[in-house]
Structures are given as C-alpha cells and as structure tokens.
Design a protein around this ligand. Sequence first.
Ligand SMILES: *[C@@H]1O[C@H](CO)[C@@H](O)[C@H](O)[C@H]1NC(C)=O
Length: 370
Amino acid sequence: MVNKGGHRWWFVVVVVAALWWTNVVGQQQPRQASAIWVMGDSLVDNGNNNFLRSMAKANYYPYGIDYYRGPTGRFCNARTFSDILGDWLGVAAPPPFSDPTTAGNRILGGVNYASAAGGILEESGQHYGERYTLNQQVVNFETTLGQLRNMMSATNLTQFLSNSIMVMIFGSNDYINNYLMPNLYATSRFYNPEAFANLLLNHLARQLHALYGLGLRKFFLPGVGPLGCIPNQLATGQGAPGRCVDSVNQMLGPYNEGLKRLVDQFNGGSHPGAMFVYGNTYGAFGDILNTPARYGFVVRDRACCGVGRNQGQITCLPLATPCFNRNQYVFWDAFHPTQAANAVLAQRAYSGPPTDCYPINVQQLAQLKL
Ligand SMILES: *[C@@H]1O[C@H](CO)[C@@H](O)[C@H](O)[C@H]1NC(C)=O
C-alpha cells in the first residue's frame, strides 16, 4: 500500500535528474578528439589564477552562480567558451594546470593553461600581478608533455597529440590591459595599430611554430571580439551615446585580418600534416550585438554584474547581486560574456560556415585525418 505510485515517483526523479545533468554538464557527444588543450586569458581561465598571486580572480560568488560547481575561477556565471566547445567535441573540460591535483590520469583528456590578465606579450596585464603569459603557457605545456612521455610510448604520444586540439584565445589583454592603457604601458607610443598587430602576430607565430615542433597538429585560433562594445569600454564614455567605441573596434582589424592570413600561411605548406583554423569571434559576436533578439538577448550594453556606468566601471565584486535574467544578458561582467553568449560563440565555432570558422569549422577539424 505504501509503495502505490512508487514507480511513477522514481520515473519523475530520473527524468528530472537527467534534465539537470544535461543542463549542467552539457550535451554528451561522442568523443571526437583525444584531448583538448586550452591556452588563453580570462575568457577561458578555469581556475589557474586561483593559485597565482593575482588581482584577477573569479573564485568567489556570484561568479559561477549558475555553474553546478559554483565559483571555480571561471570569469562567467557558468560555463566558458572552451567548456561548451568541449561539450560539442565530447571531451570534458580539462583541469587547470596550476591545480596540484592535475596529474596522472587527469591530464589524459587535456589541460587548461589559460590565465586571467595573460597576453601574447610578456608585459600585458602585469598590473594585475602574476599570470601565465603565452610564453609561460607554452613552457607549462612542455611540463605536461614530460608527464605524458612517462605515461605512454613515443608512438602513442605522437598519435595522441595529433588527434588532440589546441584552442588558443589570446589578444584581448594585449589591447585592454596594454595598448589601451597609455599611462601604464608604453606600446602605443611606439607602435601604430598595424605595427602593434604585427608585433602580436609575430610572437604568436613563433609559439605556434614551437607547439607544432612539440607534436601538436590541430589548432583553433579565435581572433579578438569587438572590445569597443564591452561594458568596461562603454563606461569610458568615449563612444557616441548608445554606440560602441568605434576607435577601439577599428584598431582590432589589423590583428584579426593578420591572424586569418597567418592561418593561410601556416596551412600553405610550411607546417605539413597540420591544420590551423581561424575563428571569427569579431563577426560572430558582432552578430549577437547587432541582432540580440535573434539569439534571445534583451540587454547588450550593460553588465549583468557590476557597478557604475553600463554596470561596467567596476566589475563584479564579491557578494554583488547580479541581474536575475542572466540568459537575456550578453555580458556577465565588465569584460566577459555570459554563458548564454559563450554558447552561441561555441556553437558557431563548432559547426559554423567558413565566415565563422576558416577554412573549416572545429567539427571538421576534429574529424580531419592527419
Ligand atoms: C599504445 O597504444 C596501444 C593501442 O591503443 C596499446 O595497446 C598500448 O598498450 C600502448 N602502449 C603504450 C606503451 O602506451
């Protein structure tokens, strides 16, 4: 008698649990890569800066408010771009390099080296304190390689590396926390935007070449988004009312166009057996900002969590109260997109047309037999 209807009750529990699981860990796709390596800045940092003496941290509430693990150091309300791209590829989000528990079998699905305030140039973001720059992230990857060499044969490691994907999200801090801060950094005195873009691309090219030499073969390289539209830049009041800061957006053209050319150059015979893919973040994010309603967004010019003009003058502080309708905001804080915006970007990177992801998308990159 007591158990009458018990089956139905269990059924409801299982369905609710399944829905919750799908929501928090994302769609489970068949595994399409042996591992994902993530390098970059706060857009994809998933906890590295927690272990560094840095002012750029996000391991406090309300960061992670919608994430099943709560605050982890992700600069987002929930999952980052690389988390969601990993879902599409069927590879779980790789653990942060600086976490001491990232060792042994835990590195077999990849490692995340990304560090908030880190840039392509050594000095970018230094006013935030410690961070892993591009150079240091490559050195850290070599540490991982040393561990992998102890775990598998040379032949297997070669195979493992060539079936893995390296995602590198850099550039924002070289502008926001270097070139656009003339009081703290001298670069804008010595370089015009074209020369500065070339400086960044030369550094990046050198490290890409090094990573190729270490055995990586599949690279996904997103460009920089329209930084003139982030709440932090809107809050400077340099744009016309209701508009992005055009001068900042225009400055990014040479970098993004140059990165696309670099991809062509690297695919054109200089790096046999490899594929380099450019991600048009600027275009995809521009679409979100130009036609927000198409993607379900209502607010595009204010941070969900932050204080001051455009909620972008002071970024999301500990125990701040964020907006309630977080799926309707493009920006989570003064600098970073919400999970909802990251999801649009990741989906377009994974399966978008060549205007989003060039010359092939990440799904095709994963399937490529090299
Ligand atoms: C190499 O890979 C093969 C096939 O997956 C496996 O059977 C073998 O144990 C691996 N060898 C080493 C030393 O890891």
